[in-house]
Design a protein around this ligand. Structure first.
Ligand SMILES: *[C@@H]1O[C@H](CO)[C@@H](O)[C@H](O)[C@H]1NC(C)=O
Ligand SMILES: *[C@@H]1O[C@H](CO)[C@@H](O)[C@H](O)[C@H]1NC(C)=O
Length: 297
């Protein structure tokens, strides 16, 4: 970054402007999915490449094989996954001038962690689709081909999401948010409570997140996978009350601006979009008009 930019400005002003205006895109898939399935993320990647012909798009594979990628989404510690991705992004010369992040489901909160922890190269826009920014309380439906594996994970979560060995072994436990025991969540959550600055305010996280130009959160109004749906817009269940939820704007996180989201909102950087449909169900036309045209090119 340090060397390439001045060189650009100095030598190849016009070419560089073209290169700079087409930022690469990094996609992080969700639970029950893998990097390159042509019926899901692989198809989305291809669609983006058709819409923006010169764009470089990578769909992250967490591990060496597709099987590892599938399993790691369930059982690799989220902090380790984020570190793995930070290294990958830092070592990819094609991303050196910055990139847009597109996170699907849990991949969304993981990419937010990348923005907060690894500011170089910079993420410019972050788009999250049905992500769990305030965590989940419930995993009502297993997705993907291997329901048995998912059921096993679910039984571990029911067994005790905040037990130390489960925290470090079951990925969704690391964004498990129990509104009936906020104290346990804040104390035990090794991933989400940390990136949401619940225990203390890490100014690095705050400053890095504020570097984003746009932070787009897409909520699926008929989502049957994520509980509660409000988490997709950074809201959650009220403490000790599973019958009502609060919005980001009503949360302590926002009112105290512990993460910089309030400042970002004031600058018009936050975008709350919704799609009428179940988890990650959208049309290509919607994705092109609302996401690609506004935030990925
Ligand atoms: C804040 O986050 C940064 C980046 O992950 C980390 O290096 C640092 O130790 C954290 N600071 C505190 C006080 O936790
Ligand atoms: C939620 O509402 C139901 C009835 O709609 C009630 O029986 C239950 O006690 C309520 N739960 C809480 C935690 O308020």
């Amino acid at each position: 970054m340090k060397y390439i930019l001045p060189l650009c400005v100095f030598l190849l002003l016009i070419n560089c402007q073209i290169v700079l205006s087409i930022l690469p895109i990094v996609i992080w898939h969700g639970l029950g999915d893998v990097c390159c399935n042509p019926l899901s993320i692989g198809g989305l990647q291809k669609f983006i490449q058709q819409q923006i012909p010169e764009v470089y798009v990578i769909s992250l594979k967490i591990g060496k094989t597709i099987r590892e990628d599938f399993e790691n989404a369930y059982i690799k510690n989220a902090n380790d996954q984020v570190e793995f991705v930070c290294d990958l992004i830092k070592n990819d010369p094609k991303l050196a001038l910055g990139y847009h992040g597109l996170g699907v489901s849990q991949g969304g909160q993981f990419l937010r962690a990348v923005a907060q922890r690894c500011p170089d190269p910079p993420m410019v826009n972050l788009v999250t689709l049905g992500s769990q920014h305030q965590g989940v309380y419930g995993l009502p439906r297993c997705l993907g081909d291997d329901v048995k594996f998912c059921d096993y994970v679910r039984s571990l979560l029911n067994h005790g999401a905040y037990k130390k060995w489960i925290q470090n072994f079951v990925t969704p436990a690391e964004y498990w948010h129990d509104p009936l025991d906020e104290k346990a969540y804040k104390k035990a959550s090794v991933f989400l409570a940390d990136i949401n600055n619940e225990r203390s305010v890490n100014d690095t996280y705050k400053n890095n997140l504020k570097q984003l130009k746009n932070f787009v959160m897409v909520k699926f109004t008929k989502d049957t996978v994520v509980q509660p749906i409000e988490t997709e817009w950074f809201g959650f269940y009220k403490e000790n009350d599973l019958n009502s939820t609060y919005t980001l704007q009503d949360s302590q996180l926002y009112l105290e601006d512990r993460l910089g989201l309030r400042a970002m909102d004031d600058e018009g950087k936050l975008h709350f979009l919704q799609v009428e449909g179940d988890h990650i169900q959208f049309s290509q036309a919607w994705f092109k008009n609302e996401i690609i045209d506004n935030f990925l090119r």
